[in-house]
Design a binder for this molecule. Structure first.
Ligand code: HEM
Length: 393
């Protein structure tokens, strides 16, 4: 597919937030590429069909480095170099070099070694809420589980852990009315990572951040900005999406009692179920914005690849709006595709598997604790997740 359309869709981003799956179904029918006005008021081009999204995800003519944005056409959050020199702003060859330095830590075999500690964290969290009989599953379980796992892996000492979710909210949905809050959060994040890295320099430990500091200091294969940016990306990419995959999966099961019963009857379905939860209602509806650098008629504009739409494309998935844990079609794009394919995919799968299996095993009477229509999603195009998920058990 060439991105050549100049079709103007009346669709505004706000409409997509209100009814994402219905809107994407309409856009897929209308044409391969549509121009929309983003929430920031700037134009962007949406790609919504499975075959196109998959192809463009792996097309090197679409760059992630934002220096390729046409001036005035892109207004991302202005992050300092100490956070911005990360994999999701990089193209080959820098991307290749940095990703190679860290990919060893995330192989399926290395991640499988975390099974026991992750299981322990899940059990401790459920022990704490079990006597209460009801809880908000997001704050009590879905959020603290991946945050604890990623902090342990990176080597963030318990006393240094902050309210990372407040920082994440600023990154995902900065409040335009309070620019000073976003600025303050960015300053706090830079300071946090600088201090953490200084600490690893003086007191190296058996953790991922100490290993990356050693790569930087002894082998000179990473700049200081790349080091802090990598720590930043791993911490934030490492938990936010997992929180919402767990929450969205539990809600999908409440909405499909037959599938919940099937999973309870056959717990070995869990591996396939995780893939279906990611396809059906993944937490990252959009890939990172990309900028065409050559041979595309609209070079320099912002291109948004809609993973959530590709994953509901009936050309690829039969009856796509149905959750079907025994679905045969594979190849969902919820974790991306190509050189930026999610580095943490094995960890995301392990955590979600343990979180859901443990929850269902320990709480046989798990049920929603508020009327279904009271649940609210985050008002964001880029992050799909529940603000709260009250349950009783
Ligand atoms: C359910 C959980 C997760 C989802 C849905 C998810 C989704 C994604 C997607 C779609 C991308 C590709 C973005 C693009 O090409 O535009 C990506 C990249 C990435 N993810 Fe994840 N992710 C998840 C969990 C994790 C975890 C646990 C980590 C832990 C380290 C992680 C680290 C990363 C990193 C570092 C990248 C950038 C890779 C690169 O540019 O080479 N993610 N993720």
């Amino acid at each position: 597919m060439g991105i050549t359309s100049d079709q103007t869709s009346p669709m505004a981003a706000a409409e997509l937030v209100g009814d994402p799956y219905g809107s994407y179904a309409r856009l897929r029918e209308e044409g391969p590429v549509q121009r929309i006005t983003g929430l920031d008021g700037l134009p962007a081009w949406l790609v919504t069909r499975y075959a196109d999204v998959r192809q463009v995800l792996a097309d090197p003519r679409l760059a992630l480095d934002k220096s390729h944005a046409r001036p005035g056409n892109y207004r991302g959050l202005a992050l300092p170099a100490a956070l911005d020199a990360n994999l999701l702003n990089m193209d080959a060859p820098d991307h290749t070099r940095v990703r190679r330095l860290v990919s060893q830590a995330f192989t399926p075999r290395r991640i499988e070694q975390l099974r026991e500690p992750v299981q322990r964290i899940a059990d401790e969290l459920l022990d704490a809420v079990a006597p209460l009989g009801r809880a908000d599953l997001i704050t009590a379980y879905a959020a603290p589980l991946p945050i604890t796992v990623i902090c342990d892996l990176l080597g963030v000492p318990p006393e240094d852990r902050r309210d990372f979710r407040a920082w994440t909210d600023v990154l995902i949905a900065p409040d335009p009315a309070r620019p000073e809050a976003a600025k303050a959060a960015v300053v706090a994040m830079v300071e946090f990572f600088a201090l953490l890295i200084t600490r690893k320099r003086t007191e190296p430990a058996d953790d991922l951040l100490s290993a990356l500091v050693a790569v930087r200091d002894h082998d000179d294969r990473l700049t200081e900005d790349e080091l802090t940016s990598l720590a930043f990306l791993i911490l934030f990419a490492g938990y936010e999406n997992t929180v919402h995959l767990i929450g969205n999966a539990v809600l999908a099961l409440f909405d499909h009692p037959d599938q919940l019963a099937a999973l309870r009857a056959e717990p070995a379905l869990i591996g396939a179920a995780i893939e279906e939860f990611a396809r059906y209602d993944g937490p990252a509806p959009l890939a990172i914005r990309r900028f065409p650098v050559e041979a595309l008629t609209i070079g320099g504009v912002t291109v948004l690849l809609v993973l959530a739409s590709a994953n509901r494309d009936p050309q690829q998935f039969a009856d796509p709006d149905r959750l079907d844990l025994s679905r045969q079609e594979t190849g969902h794009l919820a974790l991306g595709h190509g050189i930026h394919y999610c580095l943490g995919a094995p960890l995301a799968r392990l955590e979600t598997e343990i979180a859901l299996a443990t929850l269902l095993r320990r709480f046989p009477a798990l049920a929603l604790d508020v009327p279904r229509d009271e649940l609210r999603h985050r008002p964001s195009l880029r992050a799909r997740g529940l603000l709260a998920l009250p349950v009783r058990y």
